[in-house]
Design a binder for this molecule. Structure first.
Ligand SMILES: C[S@@+](CC[C@H](N)C(=O)[O-])C[C@H]1O[C@@H](n2cnc3c(N)ncnc32)[C@H](O)[C@@H]1O
Length: 412
Protein backbone atom coordinates (compact mmCIF):
# COMPACT_ATOMS: atom_id res chain seq x y z
CA UNK A 1 0.00 0.00 0.00
CA UNK A 2 1.18 3.49 -0.78
CA UNK A 3 -1.46 5.65 0.81
CA UNK A 4 0.39 8.07 3.01
CA UNK A 5 1.45 10.58 0.40
CA UNK A 6 -0.03 14.06 0.12
CA UNK A 7 -1.64 14.76 -3.27
CA UNK A 8 1.31 16.97 -4.21
CA UNK A 9 3.62 13.96 -3.92
CA UNK A 10 1.53 11.67 -6.10
CA UNK A 11 4.22 10.72 -8.53
CA UNK A 12 5.73 12.94 -11.18
CA UNK A 13 3.97 14.92 -13.89
CA UNK A 14 1.74 14.61 -15.89
CA UNK A 15 -1.03 15.77 -13.59
CA UNK A 16 -4.55 16.93 -14.17
CA UNK A 17 -5.40 20.49 -13.11
CA UNK A 18 -8.47 19.20 -11.22
CA UNK A 19 -6.60 16.61 -9.13
CA UNK A 20 -6.05 18.72 -5.98
CA UNK A 21 -9.71 19.79 -5.73
CA UNK A 22 -11.06 16.36 -6.72
CA UNK A 23 -8.87 14.33 -4.36
CA UNK A 24 -9.72 16.69 -1.47
CA UNK A 25 -13.42 16.37 -2.33
CA UNK A 26 -13.32 12.56 -2.24
CA UNK A 27 -11.28 12.66 0.98
CA UNK A 28 -14.30 14.45 2.48
CA UNK A 29 -16.88 12.36 0.66
CA UNK A 30 -15.45 8.92 -0.21
CA UNK A 31 -17.57 7.43 -2.99
CA UNK A 32 -19.51 5.21 -3.28
CA UNK A 33 -20.99 5.28 0.20
CA UNK A 34 -21.95 1.59 0.17
CA UNK A 35 -21.71 0.07 3.66
CA UNK A 36 -18.81 -2.23 4.53
CA UNK A 37 -19.62 -5.86 5.20
CA UNK A 38 -17.88 -9.09 6.03
CA UNK A 39 -17.60 -11.70 3.29
CA UNK A 40 -18.07 -11.52 -0.47
CA UNK A 41 -20.07 -8.72 -2.10
CA UNK A 42 -23.72 -9.52 -2.86
CA UNK A 43 -24.57 -11.22 -6.17
CA UNK A 44 -22.49 -10.30 -9.22
CA UNK A 45 -22.07 -7.70 -11.93
CA UNK A 46 -20.95 -9.28 -15.22
CA UNK A 47 -19.15 -6.07 -16.23
CA UNK A 48 -16.60 -6.93 -13.56
CA UNK A 49 -16.22 -10.58 -14.61
CA UNK A 50 -13.62 -10.47 -17.40
CA UNK A 51 -14.61 -13.85 -18.86
CA UNK A 52 -18.21 -12.61 -19.21
CA UNK A 53 -17.05 -9.33 -20.76
CA UNK A 54 -14.71 -10.96 -23.27
CA UNK A 55 -17.41 -13.45 -24.27
CA UNK A 56 -19.96 -10.64 -24.69
CA UNK A 57 -17.64 -8.41 -26.74
CA UNK A 58 -15.80 -11.03 -28.82
CA UNK A 59 -18.50 -13.68 -29.02
CA UNK A 60 -16.22 -16.25 -27.39
CA UNK A 61 -13.41 -16.92 -24.93
CA UNK A 62 -9.84 -18.14 -25.36
CA UNK A 63 -9.32 -21.74 -24.16
CA UNK A 64 -7.94 -22.39 -20.66
CA UNK A 65 -5.05 -24.81 -21.01
CA UNK A 66 -5.21 -27.31 -18.13
CA UNK A 67 -8.54 -25.88 -16.99
CA UNK A 68 -6.89 -23.30 -14.71
CA UNK A 69 -8.54 -19.84 -14.41
CA UNK A 70 -7.44 -17.27 -16.99
CA UNK A 71 -4.85 -15.05 -15.36
CA UNK A 72 -6.20 -11.65 -16.40
CA UNK A 73 -4.31 -8.48 -15.45
CA UNK A 74 -6.94 -6.02 -14.31
CA UNK A 75 -6.75 -2.30 -13.51
CA UNK A 76 -9.47 -0.48 -11.57
CA UNK A 77 -8.64 3.12 -12.45
CA UNK A 78 -10.28 5.48 -9.96
CA UNK A 79 -11.50 2.68 -7.69
CA UNK A 80 -13.05 5.00 -5.07
CA UNK A 81 -14.12 3.05 -1.97
CA UNK A 82 -13.44 -0.25 -3.72
CA UNK A 83 -16.90 -1.63 -4.52
CA UNK A 84 -15.87 -2.46 -8.09
CA UNK A 85 -12.44 -3.71 -6.98
CA UNK A 86 -14.13 -6.09 -4.57
CA UNK A 87 -16.25 -7.60 -7.37
CA UNK A 88 -13.25 -7.67 -9.71
CA UNK A 89 -11.42 -9.83 -7.16
CA UNK A 90 -14.30 -12.15 -6.37
CA UNK A 91 -15.37 -12.64 -10.01
CA UNK A 92 -11.89 -13.19 -11.49
CA UNK A 93 -10.16 -15.91 -9.47
CA UNK A 94 -6.43 -16.06 -10.18
CA UNK A 95 -6.24 -12.53 -11.61
CA UNK A 96 -3.66 -9.84 -10.86
CA UNK A 97 -5.60 -6.76 -9.78
CA UNK A 98 -4.27 -3.22 -9.40
CA UNK A 99 -6.60 -0.52 -8.00
CA UNK A 100 -5.62 3.14 -7.99
CA UNK A 101 -7.21 6.37 -6.86
CA UNK A 102 -6.00 9.87 -6.03
CA UNK A 103 -8.01 10.12 -2.80
CA UNK A 104 -6.42 8.67 0.34
CA UNK A 105 -9.81 8.97 2.11
CA UNK A 106 -11.49 6.80 -0.53
CA UNK A 107 -8.59 4.34 -0.49
CA UNK A 108 -8.79 3.94 3.31
CA UNK A 109 -12.37 2.77 2.90
CA UNK A 110 -11.44 0.58 -0.08
CA UNK A 111 -8.65 -1.10 1.89
CA UNK A 112 -10.98 -1.87 4.77
CA UNK A 113 -13.71 -3.12 2.41
CA UNK A 114 -11.27 -5.44 0.62
CA UNK A 115 -9.85 -6.72 3.92
CA UNK A 116 -13.28 -7.53 5.34
CA UNK A 117 -14.46 -9.23 2.17
CA UNK A 118 -11.32 -11.38 1.90
CA UNK A 119 -10.78 -10.10 -1.65
CA UNK A 120 -7.03 -10.78 -1.78
CA UNK A 121 -7.63 -14.47 -1.07
CA UNK A 122 -9.46 -14.87 -4.39
CA UNK A 123 -6.79 -13.46 -6.69
CA UNK A 124 -3.16 -14.10 -7.49
CA UNK A 125 -2.24 -10.55 -6.43
CA UNK A 126 -3.99 -7.39 -5.32
CA UNK A 127 -2.33 -3.98 -5.13
CA UNK A 128 -4.15 -0.86 -3.96
CA UNK A 129 -2.28 2.40 -4.33
CA UNK A 130 -2.67 6.15 -4.27
CA UNK A 131 -1.79 7.22 -7.76
CA UNK A 132 -3.29 9.19 -10.64
CA UNK A 133 -4.40 7.20 -13.67
CA UNK A 134 -2.22 9.62 -15.63
CA UNK A 135 0.84 8.24 -13.95
CA UNK A 136 0.77 4.47 -14.41
CA UNK A 137 3.75 3.89 -16.73
CA UNK A 138 5.37 1.49 -14.28
CA UNK A 139 2.38 -0.79 -13.85
CA UNK A 140 2.70 -2.54 -17.21
CA UNK A 141 -0.26 -3.31 -19.44
CA UNK A 142 -3.68 -4.71 -18.58
CA UNK A 143 -6.12 -7.13 -20.21
CA UNK A 144 -9.03 -5.28 -18.66
CA UNK A 145 -9.29 -1.71 -17.43
CA UNK A 146 -12.38 -0.66 -15.53
CA UNK A 147 -12.82 3.08 -15.06
CA UNK A 148 -16.30 3.87 -13.90
CA UNK A 149 -17.36 7.44 -13.19
CA UNK A 150 -13.81 8.79 -13.22
CA UNK A 151 -12.68 10.46 -16.47
CA UNK A 152 -15.52 13.01 -16.41
CA UNK A 153 -13.96 14.36 -13.18
CA UNK A 154 -10.69 15.28 -14.92
CA UNK A 155 -10.06 18.75 -16.29
CA UNK A 156 -8.78 17.04 -19.47
CA UNK A 157 -10.68 13.72 -19.77
CA UNK A 158 -9.11 13.10 -23.19
CA UNK A 159 -5.64 12.97 -21.61
CA UNK A 160 -6.97 10.51 -19.05
CA UNK A 161 -8.40 8.30 -21.76
CA UNK A 162 -5.16 8.45 -23.74
CA UNK A 163 -3.24 7.43 -20.61
CA UNK A 164 -5.56 4.46 -20.07
CA UNK A 165 -5.28 3.50 -23.75
CA UNK A 166 -1.50 3.28 -23.28
CA UNK A 167 -1.99 0.87 -20.37
CA UNK A 168 -4.20 -1.47 -22.42
CA UNK A 169 -2.70 -4.76 -23.65
CA UNK A 170 -3.02 -5.19 -27.45
CA UNK A 171 -6.12 -7.37 -27.11
CA UNK A 172 -7.29 -5.70 -23.92
CA UNK A 173 -10.68 -4.14 -23.22
CA UNK A 174 -11.50 -0.91 -21.48
CA UNK A 175 -14.81 -0.40 -19.66
CA UNK A 176 -15.88 3.20 -19.13
CA UNK A 177 -18.83 4.93 -17.52
CA UNK A 178 -19.29 8.60 -18.37
CA UNK A 179 -22.08 11.07 -17.67
CA UNK A 180 -24.66 11.75 -20.38
CA UNK A 181 -25.99 15.30 -20.21
CA UNK A 182 -29.44 14.44 -21.69
CA UNK A 183 -30.65 12.91 -18.42
CA UNK A 184 -28.74 15.20 -16.10
CA UNK A 185 -30.16 18.64 -16.80
CA UNK A 186 -32.13 18.68 -13.53
CA UNK A 187 -28.92 17.78 -11.68
CA UNK A 188 -27.04 20.51 -13.53
CA UNK A 189 -29.71 23.06 -12.50
CA UNK A 190 -29.41 22.10 -8.84
CA UNK A 191 -25.60 22.31 -9.11
CA UNK A 192 -25.95 25.75 -10.68
CA UNK A 193 -28.42 26.93 -8.03
CA UNK A 194 -26.12 25.73 -5.25
CA UNK A 195 -23.34 27.67 -7.01
CA UNK A 196 -25.44 30.88 -6.95
CA UNK A 197 -26.10 30.21 -3.27
CA UNK A 198 -22.35 29.76 -2.66
CA UNK A 199 -23.01 26.45 -0.94
CA UNK A 200 -19.46 25.18 -1.54
CA UNK A 201 -18.25 21.60 -1.82
CA UNK A 202 -18.02 20.51 1.83
CA UNK A 203 -20.31 19.78 4.80
CA UNK A 204 -21.99 23.19 4.54
CA UNK A 205 -22.86 22.48 0.91
CA UNK A 206 -24.33 19.14 1.90
CA UNK A 207 -26.55 20.75 4.55
CA UNK A 208 -27.69 23.49 2.15
CA UNK A 209 -28.22 21.04 -0.69
CA UNK A 210 -30.46 18.83 1.43
CA UNK A 211 -32.42 21.91 2.63
CA UNK A 212 -32.86 23.09 -0.95
CA UNK A 213 -34.94 20.00 -1.72
CA UNK A 214 -36.98 20.55 1.44
CA UNK A 215 -37.61 24.20 0.65
CA UNK A 216 -38.62 23.85 -2.98
CA UNK A 217 -42.41 23.51 -3.37
CA UNK A 218 -43.55 19.87 -3.45
CA UNK A 219 -44.63 20.19 -7.10
CA UNK A 220 -41.42 21.86 -8.25
CA UNK A 221 -40.09 19.86 -11.19
CA UNK A 222 -36.51 19.68 -9.92
CA UNK A 223 -37.66 18.50 -6.50
CA UNK A 224 -40.05 15.94 -7.98
CA UNK A 225 -37.36 14.61 -10.28
CA UNK A 226 -34.92 14.28 -7.38
CA UNK A 227 -37.49 12.48 -5.23
CA UNK A 228 -38.62 10.09 -7.97
CA UNK A 229 -35.30 9.35 -9.59
CA UNK A 230 -32.38 10.07 -7.28
CA UNK A 231 -33.49 10.21 -3.63
CA UNK A 232 -32.65 6.57 -2.98
CA UNK A 233 -29.29 6.73 -4.77
CA UNK A 234 -28.31 9.84 -2.81
CA UNK A 235 -29.44 8.68 0.64
CA UNK A 236 -25.78 8.37 1.67
CA UNK A 237 -24.25 11.83 2.16
CA UNK A 238 -21.22 11.08 -0.02
CA UNK A 239 -23.49 10.02 -2.87
CA UNK A 240 -25.52 13.23 -2.50
CA UNK A 241 -22.30 15.27 -2.55
CA UNK A 242 -21.02 13.35 -5.59
CA UNK A 243 -24.18 14.25 -7.48
CA UNK A 244 -24.81 17.84 -6.48
CA UNK A 245 -21.63 19.41 -5.07
CA UNK A 246 -18.87 18.15 -7.34
CA UNK A 247 -16.10 20.67 -8.05
CA UNK A 248 -15.28 19.18 -11.47
CA UNK A 249 -17.49 17.36 -13.92
CA UNK A 250 -18.10 17.08 -17.64
CA UNK A 251 -20.89 15.25 -19.42
CA UNK A 252 -21.35 14.07 -22.99
CA UNK A 253 -23.83 13.44 -25.74
CA UNK A 254 -23.31 10.65 -28.26
CA UNK A 255 -21.56 12.90 -30.77
CA UNK A 256 -19.05 14.22 -28.25
CA UNK A 257 -18.59 10.76 -26.79
CA UNK A 258 -17.65 9.21 -30.14
CA UNK A 259 -15.41 12.20 -30.94
CA UNK A 260 -13.57 11.56 -27.66
CA UNK A 261 -13.11 7.87 -28.46
CA UNK A 262 -11.85 8.66 -31.94
CA UNK A 263 -9.52 11.39 -30.68
CA UNK A 264 -7.86 8.80 -28.44
CA UNK A 265 -7.40 6.31 -31.29
CA UNK A 266 -9.69 3.73 -29.66
CA UNK A 267 -12.55 1.65 -31.05
CA UNK A 268 -16.04 1.40 -29.62
CA UNK A 269 -17.02 -2.23 -29.13
CA UNK A 270 -20.45 -2.04 -27.57
CA UNK A 271 -22.47 -0.64 -24.70
CA UNK A 272 -22.34 -2.60 -21.46
CA UNK A 273 -26.09 -1.93 -21.10
CA UNK A 274 -27.10 -2.75 -24.70
CA UNK A 275 -30.83 -3.17 -23.92
CA UNK A 276 -30.93 0.57 -23.12
CA UNK A 277 -29.93 1.34 -26.72
CA UNK A 278 -32.41 -1.00 -28.41
CA UNK A 279 -35.20 1.02 -30.11
CA UNK A 280 -37.56 -1.91 -29.32
CA UNK A 281 -37.52 -0.57 -25.76
CA UNK A 282 -39.35 2.54 -26.97
CA UNK A 283 -41.11 1.81 -30.27
CA UNK A 284 -43.27 -0.84 -31.87
CA UNK A 285 -44.90 -1.80 -35.19
CA UNK A 286 -44.13 0.40 -38.19
CA UNK A 287 -42.02 2.92 -36.27
CA UNK A 288 -39.87 0.15 -34.86
CA UNK A 289 -39.40 -1.31 -38.33
CA UNK A 290 -38.30 2.09 -39.61
CA UNK A 291 -35.92 2.48 -36.67
CA UNK A 292 -34.43 -0.97 -37.21
CA UNK A 293 -33.76 -0.15 -40.86
CA UNK A 294 -31.41 2.66 -39.79
CA UNK A 295 -27.65 2.16 -39.38
CA UNK A 296 -26.82 1.19 -35.79
CA UNK A 297 -25.32 4.55 -34.91
CA UNK A 298 -28.50 6.35 -36.03
CA UNK A 299 -30.61 3.93 -33.99
CA UNK A 300 -28.63 5.08 -30.94
CA UNK A 301 -29.12 8.75 -31.90
CA UNK A 302 -32.84 8.05 -32.09
CA UNK A 303 -32.86 6.38 -28.66
CA UNK A 304 -30.87 9.27 -27.18
CA UNK A 305 -33.41 11.70 -28.68
CA UNK A 306 -36.46 9.79 -27.47
CA UNK A 307 -35.26 8.95 -23.97
CA UNK A 308 -34.38 12.07 -21.99
CA UNK A 309 -33.72 9.93 -18.89
CA UNK A 310 -30.42 8.52 -20.13
CA UNK A 311 -27.98 9.94 -17.60
CA UNK A 312 -24.84 7.94 -18.38
CA UNK A 313 -23.00 6.00 -21.06
CA UNK A 314 -21.35 2.68 -20.19
CA UNK A 315 -19.36 0.93 -22.86
CA UNK A 316 -16.31 -1.04 -23.94
CA UNK A 317 -13.36 0.18 -26.01
CA UNK A 318 -10.45 -1.64 -27.62
CA UNK A 319 -7.21 -0.86 -29.47
CA UNK A 320 -8.35 -2.60 -32.67
CA UNK A 321 -11.85 -2.92 -34.16
CA UNK A 322 -13.56 -6.13 -33.01
CA UNK A 323 -16.05 -8.15 -35.02
CA UNK A 324 -17.77 -10.49 -32.58
CA UNK A 325 -17.88 -14.16 -33.53
CA UNK A 326 -21.41 -15.09 -34.69
CA UNK A 327 -21.27 -18.93 -34.69
CA UNK A 328 -23.47 -19.11 -37.78
CA UNK A 329 -21.62 -22.13 -39.24
CA UNK A 330 -22.96 -25.37 -37.77
CA UNK A 331 -19.69 -27.29 -38.05
CA UNK A 332 -17.73 -24.54 -36.26
CA UNK A 333 -20.17 -24.42 -33.38
CA UNK A 334 -20.27 -28.21 -33.01
CA UNK A 335 -16.46 -28.30 -32.96
CA UNK A 336 -16.19 -25.55 -30.32
CA UNK A 337 -15.88 -26.13 -26.60
CA UNK A 338 -17.73 -23.89 -24.20
CA UNK A 339 -18.14 -22.66 -20.67
CA UNK A 340 -21.08 -21.70 -18.55
CA UNK A 341 -21.26 -18.00 -17.65
CA UNK A 342 -20.38 -17.67 -13.96
CA UNK A 343 -22.69 -14.67 -13.57
CA UNK A 344 -25.86 -16.64 -12.94
CA UNK A 345 -28.14 -16.98 -9.95
CA UNK A 346 -29.94 -20.20 -9.15
CA UNK A 347 -27.56 -22.61 -10.90
CA UNK A 348 -28.18 -25.51 -11.50
CA UNK A 349 -31.90 -25.19 -12.25
CA UNK A 350 -34.21 -24.17 -15.07
CA UNK A 351 -35.31 -21.00 -13.20
CA UNK A 352 -32.29 -18.71 -13.29
CA UNK A 353 -31.38 -15.08 -13.00
CA UNK A 354 -29.19 -14.20 -15.98
CA UNK A 355 -26.10 -11.96 -16.17
CA UNK A 356 -28.25 -8.81 -15.82
CA UNK A 357 -30.24 -10.47 -13.02
CA UNK A 358 -33.09 -10.93 -15.52
CA UNK A 359 -35.40 -13.91 -14.83
CA UNK A 360 -34.76 -16.73 -17.35
CA UNK A 361 -36.76 -19.92 -17.76
CA UNK A 362 -34.70 -22.43 -19.67
CA UNK A 363 -35.85 -25.88 -20.76
CA UNK A 364 -34.65 -29.10 -19.08
CA UNK A 365 -32.77 -29.93 -22.32
CA UNK A 366 -30.90 -26.59 -22.13
CA UNK A 367 -29.96 -27.30 -18.54
CA UNK A 368 -28.77 -30.79 -19.48
CA UNK A 369 -26.51 -29.33 -22.19
CA UNK A 370 -24.95 -26.82 -19.78
CA UNK A 371 -24.47 -29.51 -17.13
CA UNK A 372 -22.85 -31.87 -19.65
CA UNK A 373 -20.51 -29.05 -20.60
CA UNK A 374 -19.54 -28.48 -16.98
CA UNK A 375 -18.91 -32.15 -16.36
CA UNK A 376 -16.88 -32.68 -19.55
CA UNK A 377 -13.10 -32.40 -19.85
CA UNK A 378 -11.98 -28.82 -20.62
CA UNK A 379 -12.61 -27.82 -24.23
CA UNK A 380 -14.66 -30.90 -25.25
CA UNK A 381 -16.53 -30.01 -28.45
CA UNK A 382 -20.25 -29.28 -28.10
CA UNK A 383 -20.88 -31.88 -30.80
CA UNK A 384 -19.16 -34.59 -28.72
CA UNK A 385 -20.85 -33.99 -25.37
CA UNK A 386 -22.43 -37.24 -24.09
CA UNK A 387 -26.07 -36.18 -24.53
CA UNK A 388 -29.10 -37.86 -26.09
CA UNK A 389 -29.59 -34.92 -28.49
CA UNK A 390 -29.23 -35.05 -32.25
CA UNK A 391 -26.94 -32.44 -33.85
CA UNK A 392 -29.80 -30.17 -34.96
CA UNK A 393 -31.30 -29.95 -31.47
CA UNK A 394 -27.84 -29.50 -29.97
CA UNK A 395 -27.22 -26.56 -32.32
CA UNK A 396 -30.62 -25.02 -31.61
CA UNK A 397 -30.12 -25.21 -27.86
CA UNK A 398 -26.50 -24.04 -28.02
CA UNK A 399 -27.48 -20.98 -30.09
CA UNK A 400 -30.30 -20.12 -27.70
CA UNK A 401 -27.96 -20.44 -24.72
CA UNK A 402 -25.36 -18.25 -26.45
CA UNK A 403 -28.02 -15.59 -27.14
CA UNK A 404 -28.99 -15.67 -23.44
CA UNK A 405 -25.25 -15.40 -22.59
CA UNK A 406 -25.44 -18.58 -20.50
CA UNK A 407 -23.08 -20.44 -22.82
CA UNK A 408 -19.72 -18.90 -23.75
CA UNK A 409 -18.09 -20.73 -26.65
CA UNK A 410 -14.33 -21.21 -26.73
CA UNK A 411 -12.53 -19.68 -29.70
CA UNK A 412 -9.63 -21.82 -30.84
C1 LIG B 1 -17.37 8.96 -8.70
S1 LIG B 1 -15.97 8.20 -7.98
C2 LIG B 1 -16.07 6.59 -8.71
C3 LIG B 1 -15.49 5.50 -7.85
C4 LIG B 1 -15.61 4.09 -8.44
N1 LIG B 1 -15.00 4.01 -9.75
C5 LIG B 1 -17.03 3.65 -8.51
O1 LIG B 1 -17.71 3.94 -9.49
O2 LIG B 1 -17.51 3.02 -7.56
C6 LIG B 1 -14.62 8.90 -8.86
C7 LIG B 1 -13.27 8.47 -8.31
O3 LIG B 1 -12.27 8.81 -9.27
C8 LIG B 1 -11.13 9.24 -8.56
N2 LIG B 1 -10.30 10.03 -9.48
C9 LIG B 1 -10.54 11.22 -10.02
N3 LIG B 1 -9.53 11.63 -10.81
C10 LIG B 1 -8.61 10.62 -10.78
C11 LIG B 1 -7.33 10.42 -11.38
N4 LIG B 1 -6.78 11.36 -12.15
N5 LIG B 1 -6.68 9.27 -11.15
C12 LIG B 1 -7.21 8.32 -10.33
N6 LIG B 1 -8.41 8.46 -9.71
C13 LIG B 1 -9.10 9.60 -9.94
C14 LIG B 1 -11.70 10.04 -7.42
O4 LIG B 1 -10.78 10.24 -6.38
C15 LIG B 1 -12.90 9.19 -7.03
O5 LIG B 1 -12.60 8.27 -6.01
Amino acid sequence: MDQDKAPSELGQAPRDAATPAVSAFYDRFPYPGDPLQDGPPPGYNWRWCVDSVVAAVRGGLPPRPGGTPRSWRILDAGCGTGVSTDYLCHLNPGADVVAVDISSGALDVATERLRRSGAAGHVHSLEVKQCSLLNLEETGRFDYINSVGVLHHLDRPELGLQALAQRLAPKGLLHLFLYADGGRWEIHRIQKALGFLQAGTSGEGLRLGRSLFNDLPANNRLRRHHENRWALDTAADSNFADMYLHPQETSYDLNRLFALVQQCGLHFCGFSNPAQWDPARLLQGELLERAQALPERQQWDLVETLDPDISHFEFFLSQEPITPRQWSKDEELLAAGGERNRCLWGWPSTALLGPDLEPLDIEPGDLALLQALEGAPEGMALGSLPLALDQQERLLRARRLIALRLLQPLVR
